[in-house]
Design a protein around this ligand. Structure first.
Ligand SMILES: Nc1nc2c(c(=O)[nH]1)N[C@H]1C(S)=C(S)[C@@H](COP(=O)(O)OP(=O)(O)OC[C@H]3O[C@@H](n4cnc5c(=O)[nH]c(N)nc54)[C@H](O)[C@@H]3O)O[C@H]1N2
Ligand SMILES: Nc1nc2c(c(=O)[nH]1)N[C@H]1C(S)=C(S)[C@@H](COP(=O)(O)OP(=O)(O)OC[C@H]3O[C@@H](n4cnc5c(=O)[nH]c(N)nc54)[C@H](O)[C@@H]3O)O[C@H]1N2
Ligand SMILES: [Mo]
Length: 721
């Protein structure tokens, strides 16, 4: 073949012996474990030249989102950490010296074991940011070291929702979109936050099904799907759910067969719900009465119906946990829990949060030898403590500041992003008092500048990793490229540290294969079979799909064995912490010292962190392709509000409240209601968490109020385009 056509084939990225381009399979690990799409990686000379979704992959069947498609640029981000570093300047300044892995390990071992000897192992906090893939190994590592203080982004992510489900029906129950006739998308952000999920809703619409969307903003789901859009005021979800329950009970649309046989606390609940008559519900939520009525009627009278309350957005308010529970109670009221087409409790967790329909021993593996409490956050958030196997890290700021109930001395972090923490500046000040901080990351982030030792970690393309998918699938992948620079995988680092720290643990001492072999027990799969599959997914012979109704027959995992409108688990904390067994509603801003004055001064309700399709927390702002969609941080403001303030599209504005102030460009839109504003989080130049109060936490879950901040904004002088 003439040289020219070979060059053309190379430019077109055509695989084959002529071009030297090969294709290997792996998966994307950028977003939540519910996704992790199969990726075909095109390689030439040991470098990734292109990625595509894997056709026929059981999860994504060839589709990738914007972030997955940008993963080549993600892997080759310019600021990848190359070698281990030791801090030589003040915290935060960013001056480091390069050191060897041996030096780094020796120093970490000496410092962490030193804290353990002097103050006890619980004084070392083991934190992980968003990444999930190493969690069973890491949790066990922390516990085997002797610290109960393993914690993660679960302190702000899906876990409040999980707690809401567990205290009500005993298990998490997901919407069964395939078999439903109505979908109630409560804070449903599918188009942006979970790119494959709108397909299920599309399918429902094609079958003639109904969709109700509850969202303060006009979103793509509203435009494409919604028969009804309930545009409620931010953080008033509980009042809306209780208002719908009121209408359902008043009109006798209750599923009495289910309520009489399978629920607990109905009378108390019904009595409480009476307070949320249509006028009250409408006043509290801002949703017209007739719309609430219509939504209640449709939801109760269309069988089966399912719902999807976002475990993050609904929960990101000081009243978020109970709002979530109030929504879940609608399932019990209408008999849509554990029925086909309703919300179905899936099979138990197989591996890292995901139920794939076959058993594994990963939960037992990771929680082995959990040391004695008290966890960080345990005294303040006893419900969290009872329902979770990890510390509530939103209480770190307080415990660092006060040293109560015991001092914290060291932080070891896999993926530390300080901008995840409300009132980041206050958190940084608290953190500065620690004796020793380790951060393990792919990138030289602004947060890494706070660490004493920084270790370079590799991406999913450069490591061995294991994943499970719904329908009984499992996939083991080997590296498709060699680790860049001197980076290693998180698990390799943990196994090295087991040795350096002298941790006694029969499995961790043996390494990755031994641990995975243990966890695979009962799965019907062996490590050898997975390896032989050459990075492709294989199916477990032990796959058994869940049959709806089984759990109801067995009795629920709640104290009463029933669906609890009044939660007996929560009831225990009435006296000590004033927690209510019923899904009671309170105003999201009730904690203000001077509500009237404060509302006048800070009239805007700000959501920090509603998802955008081309960013994932702090990680994609520095990837050129994804950044190009929105080159500068922006706050979405209501057009009329902005015009009244003399602000035009693209003007530089300052957002401020008593917690902090940030500057960014204004984007004027009608999708955000008057009196509201929304911005994405994780930008170094404009960190929205600087406007989120660190003390303003949900007493049930400990979750921060990312989505209900009072603030105001004004144009920066000379800040026009
Ligand atoms: N592209 C992208 N995808 C992501 C992520 C990301 O950063 N980027 N993050 C991942 C993670 S960690 C999570 S937890 C999920 C979150 O996933 P989602 O919960 O879907 O994400 P959000 O966009 O925050 O929220 C969904 C909708 O809730 C609305 N909303 C805001 N406040 C309220 C309220 O008070 N009540 C109601 N009813 N609705 C409200 C928002 O307007 C938004 O349209 O996304 C995951 N997927
Ligand atoms: N204001 C506001 N803040 C929020 C939210 C919000 O809605 N609003 N959402 C919250 C939610 S739901 C979540 S889940 C959190 C997530 O928040 P974060 O944990 O902050 O998420 P990321 O920025 O994705 O990742 C944290 C760090 O992990 C690094 N990292 C990525 N992969 C790996 C890996 O494999 N190994 C290691 N060692 N490091 C890795 C990244 O480079 C990054 O520096 O943010 C929360 N913060
Ligand atoms: Mo999350």
């Amino acid at each position: 073949m003439p040289l020219e056509s070979v060059q053309e084939l190379i430019r077109a990225k055509i695989p084959g012996p002529t071009t030297g381009i090969t294709v290997k399979q792996t998966f994307c690990d950028i977003c939540a474990p519910g996704n992790h799409c199969g990726i075909d990686v095109f390689l030439r000379d040991g470098r990734i030249i292109k990625v595509e979704g894997t056709p026929g992959h059981p999860h994504n069947n060839g589709k990738l989102c914007t972030k997955g498609l940008a993963s080549r640029q993600y892997v080759y981000r310019q600021d990848r950490l190359r070698v281990p570093l030791r801090r030589i300047g003040p915290r935060g300044e960013g001056r480091f010296e390069e050191i060897s892995w041996e030096e780094a390990y020796a120093e970490i071992a000496e410092r962490l074991n030193g804290v353990k000897d002097k103050f006890g192992a619980n004084s070392v906090v083991f934190f992980t940011g968003y990444s999930k893939w190493y969690r069973p190994f890491y949790q066990r590592f922390a516990f085997s070291f002797g610290s109960v203080n393993y914690c993660s982004d679960d302190s702000v992510c899906n876990n409040s929702g999980v707690m809401g489900m567990k205290t009500t029906g005993g298990r998490v129950a997901m919407p069964d979109l395939r078999n439903t006739r109505l979908f109630l998308g409560w804070a449903y952000g599918g188009y942006y936050s979970s790119h494959l999920s709108p397909n299920g809703v599309k399918g429902l619409k094609a079958r003639g099904g109904k969709v109700i969307i509850v969202d303060p903003r006009v979103t793509p789901a509203v435009k494409h799907f919604a028969d009804l859009h309930l545009q409620l005021k931010t953080g008033t979800d509980g009042a809306l759910a209780l208002g719908m329950a009121n209408i359902i009970i008043e009109n006798n649309w209750v599923d009495w067969q289910y309520v009489n046989n399978h629920t607990y606390g109905f009378d108390e609940y019904a009595a409480y719900v009476r307070r949320f008559d249509p006028d009250t519900a409408s006043r509290l939520t801002g949703v017209p009465k007739d719309l609430i009525y219509e939504a209640a009627r449709l939801f109760a009278q269309t069988k089966p119906a399912c719902l999807n309350p976002s475990g993050s957005t609904v929960a990101h308010h000081i009243n978020g946990f109970q709002n979530y529970r109030a929504i879940v109670c609608l399932l019990g009221l209408t008999g849509n829990y554990d029925v086909a087409g309703g919300n179905v409790p899936g099979t138990a967790e197989t591996y890292i949060y995901k139920g794939a329909g076959f058993p594994m021993k990963s939960v037992e593996f990771s929680r082995r030898g959990r040391p004695r409490k008290p966890i960080v956050g345990g005294e303040r958030f006893p419900l969290w403590d009872e329902l979770n196997e990890e510390a509530q890290d939103m209480d770190l700021t307080r415990q660092l500041e006060t040293g109560e109930p015991y001092p914290l001395k060291a932080l070891f972090a896999l993926g530390l992003n300080l901008k995840m923490f409300p009132d980041t500046e206050r958190f940084k000040r608290a953190l500065a008092q620690l004796d020793f901080i380790v951060d393990v990351d792919l990138f030289q982030t602004d947060s890494a500048k706070w660490a004493d030792i920084v270790l370079p970690v590799c991406s999913s393309f450069e490591r061995t990793d294991f994943k499970v998918y719904g329908g009984g699938w499992a996939q083991l992948v080997r590296p498709v490229i060699a680790p860049l620079y001197e980076s290693k995988s998180d698990t390799e680092i943990l196994f090295d540290l087991v040795k350096a720290l002298g941790i006694k643990d029969p499995l961790l001492e043996k390494g990755y294969d031994a641990c995975l072999t243990y966890m695979l027990r009962g799965s019907g799969l062996t490590l050898d079979e997975l390896k032989a599959a050459d990075n492709k997914p294989i199916r477990s012979p032990r796959f058994a799909p869940y049959v709806p109704g089984t759990y109801t027959k067995e009795g629920y995992d709640t104290p009463s064995g029933k669906f609890e409108f009044a939660s007996q688990v929560i009831a225990k904390y009435k006296e000590s912490h004033n927690l209510d067994a019923l899904p009671t509603y309170r105003n999201p801003f009730r904690d203000e010292k001077n509500p009237e004055e404060s509302r006048k001064k800070y009239p805007i309700v700000l959501t920090v962190g509603a998802r955008i399709p081309f960013a994932l927390h702090s990680r994609f702002h520095d990837v050129p392709w994804t950044r190009s969609f929105r080159p500068e941080p922006q706050v979405d403001v209501n057009r009329a509000d902005a015009e009244e303030k003399g602000i035009a599209e693209g003007d530089l504005v300052e957002l401020f409240n008593p917690t902090g102030r940030i500057r960014l460009r204004a984007h004027l839109t009608d999708k955000v209601a008057p009196g509201q504003a929304a911005l994405y989080h994780g930008y170094t130049e404009a960190n929205g968490c600087e406007l989120v109060d660190a003390g303003h936490l949900d007493p049930y879950s400990g979750f921060p109020a990312y989505k209900s901040n009072l603030c105001d904004y004004e144009k920066v002088k000379g800040g026009g385009r």
